[in-house]
Write a protein that binds this ligand. Structure first.
Ligand code: PLP
Length: 437
């Protein structure tokens, strides 16, 4: 009895608090109802997080992580035991021979760049069997002409699009693989597209098909946004390399910079020779003072990813009920933390992003506007009030200003923050006359 009363009071107090954020009663009631319906799904996400938390702790224990690993090196960074141990921890988590986890990797694009340049040679061919890769890879590959692209070095490119139902075009892939095909790049997450994100199991099926055609081809997965969403990773289904950014999932919001490459030792070495220099490879690269945040961020990552996933699911359900097209839809399983919401208009996209920005702990007073971004082929609007610049494991939304005017929403270091962002985006949409509430 007493408990019930207390709970009721807390509910009311919370509502009053949301009102201070100018979220009106209709939106609150709408969100509360929807959140209740999601309880079972949220429970399942908690289980996955629990599993992955065990995986991370086990890897840290196995590699005997200790406080000696939290100091950093300077200069060349020879014998950086923190860096070396962290790389072993990553290798344990991903079940790979080797890992390269470095602050010198500036972003996800850079990590992919060194994995590609490190492992491809003039005359080789790169194959993307799942359609157009992430926007920033177009210039690396030379799909859009760019100084220093793989194309300039005589590395050719072939792409097989997905079939119209979103499935793999096995016939097309069979035809595309030839004697020059050296490396196959599979992008797990949809990125800035409206296709579906692949499950690790689906990626495994594609890999085994490709191996059946050409056994020794290097298979690399762009794992951005996918880490810790499932209990297995692409390296558990025979990918040779897995690549990602530390200011996304595996950095847990604490890594201030960095990228990772895990996989077969020889391929990881090749990437390291490209990152530093032939002959130097993994031996150099001072960590300065980042080791503690790399370890601690990795430790927190499963929990952080689970909060981001719950936020994405809440957003999908709320916007779907309001009649917007969302990918994934409200009930589909999740294979990354990105939620696409097609708002259909430039005004919708801007209102959504304004709401996300206004909910941020940092720069909440800023108003996002569309503008030019290097690497993208249209104006982009980005909402982020992040502790780490551009960290998209923190609550953020971005949208290229072009049809179908879809916004890509992701992250949230805590579910509560993600929820506040979604509520405020709804409020902005309502203010712009774009909701039925
Ligand atoms: C984020 C991302 C990248 C790399 O982007 P950066 O902004 O350079 O870190 C590459 N591929 C996918 C699918 C991504 O989501």
């Amino acid at each position: 009895m007493e408990d019930k009363k207390e709970e009721k009071n807390l509910d009311q107090e919370l509502e009053l608090f949301y009102e201070q954020f100018h979220i009106d009663k209709e939106i609150l009631a709408f969100a509360k109802e929807t959140e209740k319906e999601l309880k079972d799904r949220f429970d399942r996400i908690d289980k996955i997080a629990e599993y992955n938390q065990m995986k991370v702790i086990q890897a840290m224990q196995k590699n005997r992580v200790s406080d000696a690993h939290f100091t950093g090196t300077t200069g060349y960074g020879y014998n950086d035991i923190g860096r070396e141990t962290l790389e072993q921890v990553y290798a344990s988590i991903f079940h790979t021979e080797s890992a390269l986890v470095r602050p010198q990797i500036t972003c996800g694009t850079h990590a992919l760049n060194i994995a590609l340049f490190g492992n491809l040679r003039p005359g080789d061919e790169l194959l993307c069997p799942v359609g157009k890769p992430y926007d920033t890879l177009e210039e690396i590959i030379g799909i859009r002409s760019s100084n220093g692209s793989l194309k300039e070095y005589g590395i050719t490119y072939r792409q097989v699009d997905l079939l119209s139902d979103g499935s793999f075009d096995y016939q097309g892939i069979l035809k595309a693989i030839n004697e020059k095909t050296k490396l196959v790049e599979i992008q797990r997450s949809k990125g800035y597209q409206t296709r579906k994100t692949f499950s690790v199991e689906q990626i495994g099926e594609l890999i085994s098909f490709i191996r059946g055609i050409k056994k020794d081809v290097i298979i690399m997965v762009d794992n951005c946004y996918g880490e810790f969403v499932e209990t297995i990773e692409p390296t558990d289904v025979d990918a040779d390399l897995c690549v990602g950014s530390l200011i996304k999932n595996p950095g847990g919001g604490l890594a201030p910079i960095g990228g990772y490459i895990v996989g077969k030792e020889c391929y990881v070495e090749n990437a390291a020779y490209r990152l530093t220099a032939p002959g130097l490879g993994k031996e150099v690269g001072a960590t300065l003072n980042v080791n503690p945040s790399f370890f601690q961020g990795l430790f927190l990552a499963p929990q952080v990813v689970s909060g981001a996933l719950k936020g994405a699911i809440l957003a999908a359900n709320l916007y779907e009920k309001q009649g917007f097209f969302v990918i994934p839809n409200g009930t589909e399983p999740r294979y990354d933390i990105i939620q696409a919401v097609t708002l259909g208009t430039k005004e919708g996209v801007i209102a959504f992003c304004k709401g996300i920005q206004a909910a941020a702990p940092v720069d909440s007073f800023a108003v996002p506007e569309p503008g030019y971004m290097p690497g993208y082929d249209s104006d982009v609007i980005m909402a982020a009030g992040a502790f780490i610049q551009g960290a998209s494991i923190e609550l953020s939304a971005d949208a290229p200003i072009k049809p179908p005017y879809a916004v890509y929403f992701q992250g949230g270091l805590t579910y509560y923050h993600a929820k506040l962002g979604i509520l405020m985006s709804l409020q902005e949409m309502k203010k712009a006359g774009l909701l039925n509430l």
